[in-house]
Design a protein around this ligand. Structure first.
Ligand SMILES: [Zn+2]
Length: 60
C-alpha cells in the first residue's frame, strides 16, 4: 500500500505443502524453495513470471 506502482506485479502465494506456483502449478526446485524460505531476494515463477511469496501455514 501507499505509493502507486503502475507496473503490474502479480504476487502469488506458494503454500508450503504444494511448493508450486498456484497459477501455473510449476513446481519449485529445492533451491528456489530455499531461497523463498530465506526471503533475501524476490523469487519469480519461471513460467508465469509472477512474484512468489511463501505462505506460511502457521503464525508464531
Ligand atoms: Zn507460475
Amino acid at each position: 500500500m501507499g505509493k502507486k506502482d503502475r507496473r503490474k506485479t502479480s504476487v502469488v502465494y506458494v503454500s508450503e505443502r504444494s511448493k508450486a506456483c498456484p497459477i501455473c502449478f510449476m513446481g519449485l526446485t529445492a533451491q528456489t524453495y530455499n531461497e523463498l524460505l530465506q526471503g533475501d531476494k524476490k523469487i519469480y515463477c519461471l513460467h508465469c513470471n509472477r512474484e512468489l511469496i511463501l505462505k506460511k501455514s502457521k503464525k508464531q
